[in-house]
Design a protein around this ligand. Sequence first.
Ligand code: PRT
Ligand code: MG
Length: 215
Amino acid sequence: MTNEPRQLTLAIAKGRILKEAIPLLAAAGIVPGEDLDRTRRLIIPTSNAFVRMVIVRASDVPTYVEYGGADLGIVGKDTLLEYEGDGFYEPLDLRIAPCRLAVASQDPGFAALPRLRVATKYAAVTRKHFAQKGLQTEIIKLYGSMELAPLVGLADCIVDLVDTGNTLRANGLLEVEQICAITARVIVNKATMKTKHAVTVDLLQQLERAANGPA
Ligand code: PRT
Ligand code: MG
């Protein structure tokens, strides 16, 4: 297997995951070859000759990796839980960008309502969560600022990511239930794991060491 291809493309979710991934990648010897705040290039070479990166919307990371547009991806577990396909492996928890998916409401008694209106970006997780509790829900799909929905009477509760809880508090919402803990994960294209095995396993080990931090 000495002639395995060795070039890897790493897709990273823009925003806070990218921000938290940068120091971790640096510890793994991967430093972007361009200033990410300034460059208009979409494919960015790195200090590791075998690794280049692409920075895309979180919800696009699994798509790139499943279809081989990228060999590996770094993306939140929240995005993976909502993604329909499963055409990739999820070998590593980087433990960055930690938060939780939670139910929040103005009224802690909201669950007694006959048909709950739940505003969320996370329709699949939400439907499953309330179905397991035997509760009928009407999902109101939003793409941002979920916290606003109960305040204007659009929903009885929300399912959203919570970190410090400051956003909920600032809007008079209570965290009534935690659904699951969320961190950023590394995903790997299934074919890459076979055809670029050595270089991929090597990169995963470096990332794992970086994630575990200085001993
Ligand atoms: O456009 P979109 O918001 O989808 O993406 P983005 O490019 O703005 O990315 P960004 O920076 O929002 O990052 C999204 C990813 O970061 C998520 O997929 C999570 O995996 C992870 N993450 C970790 C978070 C949070 N923590 C978090 N607190 N994503 C969002 N938040 C939001 C939350 O939705 C709420 O509005 O921050 C607010 C709550 O924060 P606290 O600290 O007030 O509780
Ligand atoms: Mg955001």
